[in-house]
Design a protein around this ligand. Structure first.
Ligand code: KG4
Ligand code: ZN
Length: 338
């Protein structure tokens, strides 16, 4: 396949419908439609997500093409997320992408969602210069928490991951217990900036190696809040900011500890971060501190390339084309490894 392709990319793995147009590594448009419908349920409802994708996908793709100033007939390929993700959501994007590819007479390319989060660092305007191989990537979102050693674009080794909840899920569930609206991560972050992170301490799980766990923390926060509310009815309301700061510190401590261990074990000090939780101010601050203390070189792309977006799907197809890999469609799968 020729390089510098004009690619339309589609991402629909969870609750954001996104379409982007890329010319090689350059993003010409990157549109995201989020789904407010889940807010009142306090979490993503899979069946509602796939219905909302069906509603959004045509206008979102249309807007991406218009904003890029590109006609369907100009495109060289359509890339889409093949997994992991919610099955119904993935099928909407994949079916649409394949249908559009057939109608345009161009290939449909299935892309792995987690690989895309990592390779988003290679989008032309993500950084002044992308990380060099090998680097470590901490991918922290509402669905995933992974530490990956990235040796090359197609040589990635999963060296650590959560054994249960994702870090974003821990933020969202803790925020829900505190009565904050969904998704609670950003709300908890905002409140934390007004609180004292040393006010309360929560036990951190002891997990061997580079794996992590957040579900025990969730339970200990719940029991602690129930106990304190029995003693003082308005405990949460009167200590909200301090609770947010203390919970945030505990989650960020776990992420930083494991990233530190990974850097020590591998000797790699280029640390890239991906996923929605990379917006967290305490995580950013701690990474900056580690950069001056340990000499880490930190890569955090603009938020639009951290949260779920189609530009990251497009860059994978663009890099594969650059490297001369054939366009592969592949099968859609809710759980797929690298
Ligand atoms: O990558 P993302 O947009 O979607 C996926 O889950 O794939 O990540 C969303 C997650 C949510 O759990 C949200 O609460 C969390 O990222 N998040 C944050 C912050 N901003 C987003 N968590 C903590 N602090 C933030 N500032
Ligand atoms: Zn994601």
């Amino acid at each position: 396949m020729k390089s510098n392709l004009l690619i339309c990319a589609i991402e629909s793995s969870c609750d954001d419908t996104s379409a982007a147009v890329l010319k090689g590594r350059q993003v010409l448009s990157n549109i995201v439609a989020d789904q407010k419908v889940h807010q009142k349920y306090g979490g993503v409802v899979p069946e509602l997500a796939s219905r909302a994708h069906q509603k959004h996908i045509v206008p979102v793709v249309d807007q991406a093409l218009k904003e890029a100033g590109v006609l369907r007939s100009d495109l060289d390929a359509i890339a889409y997320t093949k997994g992991p993700g919610l099955m119904g959501s993935l099928l909407v994007g994949a079916s649409f992408a394949r249908g559009m590819a057939i109608s345009c007479g161009i290939p449909a390319i299935g892309i792995h969602h987690m690989r895309a989060h990592i390779l988003a660092h290679f989008i032309e305007d993500a950084h002044p210069a992308p990380p060099e191989f090998p680097f470590l990537c901490l991918t922290v979102s509402g669905g995933h928490t992974q530490l990956v050693q990235v040796n090359a674009e197609r040589d990635m080794k999963l060296i650590g991951q959560t054994l249960d909840d994702a870090a974003g899920e821990a933020f969202d569930k803790a925020a829900k217990m505190l009565g904050l609206p969904y998704p609670g991560g950003p709300q908890l972050d905002k409140r934390a900036s007004e609180g004292d992170p040393g006010s309360f301490s929560f036990a951190k799980p002891r997990i061997d190696g580079l794996d992590m766990s957040f579900s025990g923390l969730k339970t200990s926060i719940l029991y602690f809040l129930q106990k304190m509310e029995r003693e003082q009815e308005d405990f949460i309301a009167t200590h909200l900011n301090d609770l947010c700061a203390s919970i945030q510190k505990t989650i960020v401590d776990i992420l930083i500890e494991k990233t530190h261990k990974a850097a020590e074990q591998t000797g790699i000090t280029q640390i890239a971060v991906a996923g929605g939780v990379s917006a967290n101010s305490a995580l950013r601050q701690r990474l900056t501190e580690m950069s001056s203390k340990k000499g880490w070189q930190i890569y955090i792309p603009p938020l639009a390339y951290c949260t779920d977006n189609a530009a990251m799907i497009g860059i994978c197809a663009a890099l594969d084309a650059e490297a001369g890999h054939p366009a592969e469609d592949g099968s859609v799968s809710a759980r797929s490894t690298f």
